[in-house]
Ligand binder design. Structure first.
Ligand SMILES: C[S@@+](CC[C@H](N)C(=O)[O-])C[C@H]1O[C@@H](n2cnc3c(N)ncnc32)[C@H](O)[C@@H]1O
Length: 212
């Protein structure tokens, strides 16, 4: 038995790695991977240090279908719109071309600069589109009657919106529905699905469930 095991080891000696990778190769691979992660996080998550870990959302742009679904849910609406975490501004530009006065709150200064430059080259006046480099958790949202968000909406975001938004506000969440909020409507399917919520209905629904 032992002889046959030795024979197998001899036969496969060229296939099974016989030695560990050289420590310098391992160190270099580790350094390159760490550097790539560092570069990725500098671009996608600058300014995030002060935000609690469970509230951090990195940059992921809305797809074309997702943006169209947002616009479907905004049909018939007007007024001021805030995009919470505006990224490169694509939802803001789409909403502004439908007549909304838009503010994009974005914490990533590279994305803010990029979105502002797009607004500049498209000659969109600041009365229609503004990009604010700000943590939206610290922004007062009480003057917005439309809010869009491609984030992971948890209870904390729900509480902020319920506390600050006017009664006639509409909230649109991309991809992720708000837990325990009654939906007004939804558009699209799968990863591009978007969900709309009327703040007055959400408030009265939550009041009723609290009373039970
Ligand atoms: C998933 S991306 C969505 C980007 C854009 N709204 C879109 O639909 O294409 C989320 C964005 O929110 C930004 N973000 C996350 N937390 C933020 C915060 N507390 N304040 C401002 N921006 C934030 C990220 O930098 C990222 O660009």
């Amino acid at each position: 038995m032992e002889d046959s095991i030795e024979l197998i080891i001899q036969d496969y000696g060229g296939v099974f790695p016989t030695s560990r990778p050289h420590p310098i190769v391992s160190a270099c691979t580790g350094a390159v991977l760490t550097g790539l992660y560092g570069l990725w996080s500098v671009f996608t998550m600058p300014g995030f240090r002060k935000i609690p870990r469970h509230l951090k959302v990195p940059y992921l742009p809305s797809s074309k279908d997702q943006a169209q679904n947002v616009m479907k849910l905004l049909q018939g609406r007007r007024g001021r719109l805030a995009d919470l975490g505006a990224g490169d501004g694509r939802l803001v530009f789409a909403a502004s071309s439908a007549g909304f006065q838009c503010t994009g709150f974005e914490i990533n200064s590279i994305l803010v600069a990029y979105a502002r430059s797009k607004a500049y080259w498209r000659r969109i006046p600041s009365s229609q589109v503004t990009f604010v480099k700000k943590d939206f958790w610290k922004a007062d949202l009480s003057s917005y009657n439309n809010v869009t968000a491609f984030l992971v909406p948890g209870e904390v975001l729900g509480e902020k919106l319920l506390k600050e938004l006017p009664q006639d506000a509409l909230v649109i969440s991309c991809r992720f529905p708000f837990p325990n909020w009654p939906q007004k409507s939804a558009a699209g399917s799968g990863l591009d699905q978007t969900f709309a919520y009327e703040i007055n209905s959400v408030r009265s629904h939550l009041r009723k469930t609290e009373m039970k």
